[in-house]
Design a protein around this ligand. Structure first.
Ligand SMILES: [Zn+2]
Ligand SMILES: [Zn+2]
Length: 698
């Protein structure tokens, strides 16, 4: 989920509603840093509520969960459902203490399932992990025999022989050769020895290495835009802002841009509600989410994941990814796991962005943006009153925002920082929610002593001085205020500049065969170069992703001089395409057309674009009314959805009248005690508590 959880959004809305009107106005008009300073004091009373919500997000290591997942894993293993067993043992490992015999046991169990799936290389890795994490000595022969068998299958005869010798020695030393399990092992041993002797090794199983890209493609890189083809140029105008234009004729399929995300954060995915279930719930869930399926650092699909040593949430494809993530950002994020899940992916991206950029770079740009003489440069694209070319008077040449001193636009923090936050386009309520959320993160960093890590230890001395000179708990250190200001800017930027990294996820039938594919949103990212492309619902390029890298190709011929357009939302893109296709064979009144509008509304709602969402839902409601009647239960459900969207968008009077209509219909069909009715009443109460000034405004 991009935005914070519903309950926190409502808390923030209530908090905003009861503020003095004068304070509200000052908050709405203040620059980001100023607003944050005011926000620190307002967060205090909300803190407890947020902490309660965070308790639902379970990101810690829990022994009970480890036991549960291991037993479930054993059960699936027993039923020969090895894929499920691998996933469950991975879940178990994530809950065990790091480098312990318990986690070693999980890896050993998982290696057995991997062996059955024919993933011999990965099986060997897990065995090595089990050995190095203190797998119990007396159980070792069994695992070593599996190792020998793997090596044999991979055609490594000498290594297999060596391992068998080691097992034999081990069993002789241990002495006890009489138990049934040892007799079984001995039988296996001699069987393997015969296989080696006969040199009969089955065809080594090939592991998939299908990702080797055709790098031979003709590619001439642009001198001034990193990662872009030389057939593009960067232009600037007040109406269009920065944009990319074809500097020569472009053919369909031509490669236009390759860019690695500056930052990306895995979205917990469809199952994210699982991570946020009530803490009184003791039953663990075995359903899988994105968080279990993809590396939290490089987004590679996971087979046998490496858990984070501090939490049960972060999982990686390799020790290398785990180490790099820890070094670059997870060291700081790990203790904040539950808070970040509660506040949503946009806040998480904002935090990771400043962690990756480092304090000195962040503070350099924040200071630069506070300097009045740079205001024009910062806001050059925001309004229409600025000159069409931005002149850097010192050098006397044109400077496009985000470019470095050499006029190059690179995929850098400077470029990210210069993406437009469109501060003026966000509602004051939304800015307030984002601000409280960022304050919550910074407070937590300060409390848990992570501040120094965030600031890279660079200003640890000034930080400690601050602490000694009587900083109250309501205040943040000046350094954290700088980080907070940058984070708030990034959260606001994400509303327009977030790029979804999507993949086609394979849906499996029960027997593991792929039956279908569907696109899933894997991560939310900043791509500063890709962000130069303006949005159009009929784009002339297509974007594909591999890990955290995006590749842009022309989807149609683009004549020289034409602007390059991107459609920002994959889901919207697909739905709009469906809509165009559907118009060819469905009447405008067809119920399916309504369903498409309904889906579009949902997508816009998840992006926080309430007006767009309400517009699409309105059309869906017309069709539902036409087909099911004005007092049908279907109509009630649609009005309920509309009420939520209007509520979130602070369209007060419209929300109130919609709540009224929904309530009338749903109380007939579902009774006055239904959860929907109760939720409607809660929204109504909240709206009616709003001060008159807001009510009159809408
Ligand atoms: Zn990875
Ligand atoms: Zn962690």
């Amino acid at each position: 989920m991009a935005l914070p959880v519903e309950e926190w959004r409502r808390s923030a809305a209530r908090c905003w509603a009861v503020l003095e009107p004068a304070l509200r106005e000052r908050l709405a008009a203040a620059p980001l840093g100023e607003a944050l300073r005011m926000g620190c004091g307002l967060f205090g009373p909300e803190e407890a509520a947020l902490q309660r919500l965070c308790r639902r997000a379970r990101t810690g290591k829990e022994p009970a969960a480890a036991r549960f997942y291991r037993e479930e894993g054993n059960r699936q293993f027993g039923r020969c459902c090895y894929r499920d067993a691998v996933r469950l043992y991975s879940q178990a490992a994530a809950h065990e203490p790091p480098r312990s015999p318990e986690v070693a046991l999980c890896f050993a169990n998982r290696s057995a399932a991997l062996f059955h799936l024919g993933h011999f290389e990965v099986c060997l890795e897990d065995i090595a992990r089990a050995e190095s994490h203190g797998y119990p000595d007396r159980l070792l022969p069994k695992v070593l025999l599996r190792k020998a068998e793997c090596l044999l299958r991979l055609g490594k005869l000498q290594d297999a022989t060596d391992t068998l010798t080691a097992v034999e020695n081990k069993m002789t030393v241990d002495g006890i050769m009489t138990s049934p399990i040892h007799r079984m092992l001995l039988k296996k041993l001699s069987q393997l020895k015969t296989e080696i002797h006969e040199g009969s090794c089955p065809e080594p199983a090939r592991e998939a290495h299908g990702d080797i890209q055709r790098e031979s493609e003709i590619w001439e890189e642009n001198g001034s835009i990193s990662g872009a083809s030389s057939s593009l140029s960067l232009n600037f105008s007040t109406e269009r802002g920065r944009h990319l234009v074809a500097s020569q004729d472009i053919l369909p399929g031509q490669n236009l841009l390759k860019e690695k995300a500056f930052v990306s954060v895995l979205c917990p995915g469809e199952g994210d509600s699982l991570l946020l279930q009530d803490s009184s719930e003791t039953v663990w869930d075995t359903r899988v989410t994105n968080a279990d399926l993809y590396c939290h650092h490089c987004l590679k699909q996971l087979l046998a994941s490496i858990p984070c040593c501090g939490c049960s949430y972060a999982k990686y494809c390799s020790q290398n990814c785990a180490d790099v993530a820890w070094e670059q950002y997870h060291r700081t994020e790990c203790p904040l796991g539950a808070l970040l899940l509660t506040l949503g992916v946009f806040c998480h991206v904002a935090l990771r962005t400043v962690l990756l950029a480092g304090f000195s770079e962040v503070s350099r740009l924040v200071e630069w943006s506070r300097d009045d003489s740079n205001k024009d440069l910062c806001n050059a694209e925001a309004g229409g009153e600025h000159p069409s070319e931005v002149l850097d008077t010192r050098a006397g040449r044109k400077v496009i925002p985000g470019c470095n001193d050499n006029g190059q636009y690179q995929s850098s923090y400077q470029a990210v920082f210069n993406l437009l936050p469109h501060v003026e386009k966000h509602s004051p309520e939304h800015k307030f929610l984002c601000m409280l959320s960022i304050v919550a993160i910074c407070k937590k960093l300060q409390e848990t002593g992570l501040e120094a890590a965030v600031l890279n230890g660079e200003s640890s001395t000034t930080g400690s001085e601050q602490k000694t000179c009587g900083k109250t708990s309501d205040e943040l250190s000046p350094e954290l205020m700088i980080m907070a200001e940058a984070m708030l800017r990034h959260v606001l930027q994400l509303q327009c500049n977030a790029q979804a990294i999507t993949v086609m996820q394979e849906l499996e039938s029960g027997d593991g065969a792929v039956v279908n594919k569907k696109p899933v949103r894997l991560a939310t990212a900043f791509f500063p170069v890709l962000s130069l492309l303006n949005h159009s619902c009929s784009p002339n390029i297509s974007v594909s992703f591999s890990g955290t890298a995006a590749t842009v190709r022309a989807s149609q011929p683009i004549p020289s001089g034409q602007e390059i357009f991107h459609c920002y939302d994959e889901a919207i893109k697909m739905l709009l395409k469906c809509q165009i296709d559907a118009r060819n064979f469905l009447s405008p009144e067809h119920l399916l057309m309504g369903e498409l509008e309904d889906h579009l509304a949902q997508v816009y709602a998840t992006l926080g674009k309430w007006q767009e969402a309400a517009r699409h839902l309105g059309r869906s409601i017309q069709l539902v009314e036409m087909h099911h009647g004005p007092s049908s239960v279907e109509m009630g459900h649609e009005l309920f959805k509309l009420a939520q969207i209007l509520f979130n968008g602070f369209a007060v009077s419209e929300a109130l009248s919609t709540i009224q209509r929904a309530e009338e219909i749903l109380s007939v069909h579902c009774g006055p005690q239904s959860t929907q009715i109760q939720e409607l009443q809660e929204m109504k109460t909240c709206l009616l508590e709003l001060p008159r000034s807001i009510l009159q405004r809408t």
